[in-house]
Write a protein that binds this ligand. Structure first.
Ligand code: RUQ
Ligand code: CUA
Length: 650
């Protein structure tokens, strides 16, 4: 090439590069940006159109955002103690974090999913799984509080969870790590054929109660993600698996040997029927089942023993494997229920399977192999189509309800929109950077609300002001109502959002609870009025039933407490008004702060270690006289005989 040619080429390259840069920057300037600003602007006093519930990842919690504004509305404590409200610290909520391993006050939450009726989001509850100590939580969308947590025994790395079937019949929990089942002492390198991959099915009663109905004792692969069939495939569940090699070391190499891993297709209706008729055998498995009672404002933890285990070989026609290229991650089902999308992380193409073709192949017994007695269908006879060269490192797919799918690509940092059925790529938009999950409100249902898409990115660098080595992950909001996705805004999330669930706000906002009825409070130590407040001694236990109302405690002077006592402060907030919590704090208490909602009773324990007169105060700025909301407890020596006395205004 001559010099001029080279020169032209480099100019072109330069233009290309700068125009790329300008593309990104054009988001921030000119008329375009004002129209984008309008799209995310929610005027003061106005409400957002959608709720978005973002997994808190390693925070163990769930955060609530408004869309399109990206304003964080609340953090709901689930699997972790939460100082802001005292969840997991108060005596009433500590049992929520009990497990068969004891008190586990910090978890790793992953995939929230909202309850459904006839395949549409009904806004009763949201479920979320804990990965490390396998658990599933149910959160009320009236109170936005965690009401129930069930542990999954015999499981490890509860990742393929907590996805809901279309009438909220079941939520599932896979095991991401194959483990001996039952757990036992054995050499690690003998895992092949010995370890198992139990898939748990937890049923949900009309009042929300969870029940571990059965575990499908699958071969020892790693079950990574799952989604229920819906519409025509209702009754089935699909799980991606990796490490069909059953390698136990240097997994990044050894678990990537096979050309194909499997999607497990499970007809759960068949298995539930089998179990109902007495099928399966009861095996060992200890697990905690923790339930929060809204009337007593108290959680109980029950340790349960034994679970029904089903051998997949014993239920004919219920479990099949479908080959899928290269270590799949996401497993997503489109709103019609016909297409099952498996994302092979190391594959260059995206494989989409057909539910109909799968049924035909099963009917024709078109099996190419079997794996530990489970029939393996052929790739060719189940594949619906392939999205060619869509990007690098596909992870997750959501749907807009208009026949389009949106897949995230971790390595090439983009969301790609493509058409179901024709498999053509319609649009691609960069994300900043390394997107994991994405969420379209209602995207995991028959009827997605296809207006917005949120990309949940792993890497944030340079998007916001630096905050030291740790940056909150970045979420990006896209308008997907047109042909092309349009990036509207960035906002930080809390913890690592593995997946999210979104719902139209009007489905739940009017049901949202404003306060707890004091008249319905059945806490054993409630004081429903100031005249009911008491202090009683029982050996070295002192129980104080104290009330809180703007702007004093009753009683506010207490004497007769001694060093070595165990003082239970049962605090009832007498307010019957929206948004008037009171707090409580006393120097020297380990649980040094608690927040009590109107009509609620909560308890902290204080073991005074020193004589003196110790002040306590309200921690929530509740009125103009909040600073006056305070009191004293006199603590005498262990052998003193200071009489027990409690007063308000003498
Ligand atoms: S998994 S990317 Cu739990 Cu995809 Cu987070
Ligand atoms: Cu009550 Cu401040």
């Amino acid at each position: 090439m001559n010099t001029i040619g080279k020169y032209l080429l480099s100019i072109t390259a330069l233009i290309f590069i700068t125009s790329c840069g300008n593309n990104n920057n054009s988001n921030n300037s000119g008329a375009m940006s004002s129209s984008k600003a309008e799209k995310v602007y929610v005027a003061p006093g106005e409400h957002d159109e959608y709720y978005a519930f973002m997994s808190g990842g390693y925070s163990g919690n769930l955060t609530v955002y408004g869309l399109p504004s990206g304003r964080m509305l609340k953090e709901i404590p689930v699997f972790s103690q939460f100082p802001t409200s005292g969840y997991g610290y108060s005596e009433e909520t500590k049992p929520m974090l009990n497990t068969s391993f004891g008190f586990v006050p910090w978890g790793d939450s992953h995939h929230p999913d909202i309850s459904q009726t006839n395949g549409e989001l009904d806004g009763r509850w949201i479920f979320i799984n804990e990965n490390n100590t396998p658990r599933i939580a149910r959160i009320s969308l009236e109170t936005f509080e965690t009401e129930e947590i069930i542990e999954l025994p015999n499981s490890a790395g509860n990742h393929a969870s907590s996805f809901v079937t279309e009438n909220t019949e079941y939520i599932v929990a896979g095991t991401r790590f194959a483990v001996p089942n039952p757990q036992r002492d054995m050499p690690i390198n003998e895992m092949k054929g010995q370890f198992k991959g139990p898939l748990s099915f937890v049923s949900i009663a009309d009042n929300g109660r969870l029940n571990l109905e059965f575990q499908l004792n699958m071969p020892g692969f790693n079950y990574d993600l799952a989604h229920p069939g819906r519409n025509k495939s209702h009754g089935w569940f699909f799980f991606t698996s990796y490490n069909t090699e059953e390698a136990n070391t240097l997994m990044e190499v050894n678990a990537s040997q096979n050309d194909k891993d499997y999607i497990a297709a499970v007809n759960w209706q068949k298995i539930a029927e089998y179990v109902k008729n007495g099928g399966g055998e009861k095996v060992a498995g200890t697990y905690a089942h923790n339930v929060y009672d809204e009337k007593t404002h108290t959680a109980t933890s029950t340790m349960k023993e034994g679970v029904i285990s089903v051998n997949p070989k014993d239920v004919e026609g219920a479990v099949f494997y479908i080959p899928i290229p290269k270590s799949p991650h996401g497993c997503d089902v489109d709103p019609s229920g016909e297409y099952i999308i498996g994302s092979g992380k190391l594959s260059t193409d995206l494989s989409v399977y057909s539910f109909e073709k799968m049924l035909t192949a099963i009917a024709n017994k078109d099996f190419v192999d079997d794996s530990y007695g489970i029939p393996v269908l052929s790739y060719e006879n189940t594949i619906a189509g392939v999205v060619k060269q869509p990007g690098l490192g596909p992870l997750h797919t959501e749907f807009d309800g208009q026949g389009n799918a949106y897949t995230t690509f971790f390595i090439s940092s983009e969301v790609v929109k493509w058409k179901l059925g024709t498999w053509e790529i319609l649009d691609r938009q960069p994300t900043f950077y390394s997107v994991g999950h994405l969420m379209i409100p209602g995207g995991n249902s028959r009827k997605p609300f296809g207006k917005y898409m949120v990309a949940l990115n792993k890497i944030t660098k340079d998007r916001y002001l630096p905050t030291g080595p740790e940056l909150e992950h970045s979420a990006q909001l896209y308008d997907i109502s047109g042909d092309k996705m349009e990036l509207l805004s960035d906002f930080p999330t809390h913890g690592e959002p593995h997946y999210a669930a979104g719902i139209r706000a009007d489905i739940i906002k009017d049901k949202s609870k404003k306060y707890y009825e004091l008249s319905e409070n059945e806490h054993p130590y409630v004081a429903k009025s100031e005249s009911e407040s008491t202090v009683t001694r029982n050996g070295n236990e002192v129980h104080i039933s104290m009330t809180m109302i703007r702007s004093h405690f009753s009683p506010d002077n207490i004497e007769g407490v001694k060093v070595g006592d165990k003082v239970y402060l049962h605090l009832t907030n007498l307010e019957q008004d929206f948004d008037v919590p009171h707090g409580f704090s006393i120097i020297g208490a380990n649980t040094s702060e608690i927040l009590v909602m109107p009509g609620q009773t909560k308890t902290i324990v204080w073991e005074p270690k020193r004589e003196g007169v110790w002040p306590f105060y309200c921690t929530d700025f509740c009125s103009a006289l909040h600073q006056e909301m305070q009191g004293y407890i006199r603590v005498s020596a262990a052998n003193a005989n200071t009489p027990l006395k409690f007063t308000l205004d003498e």
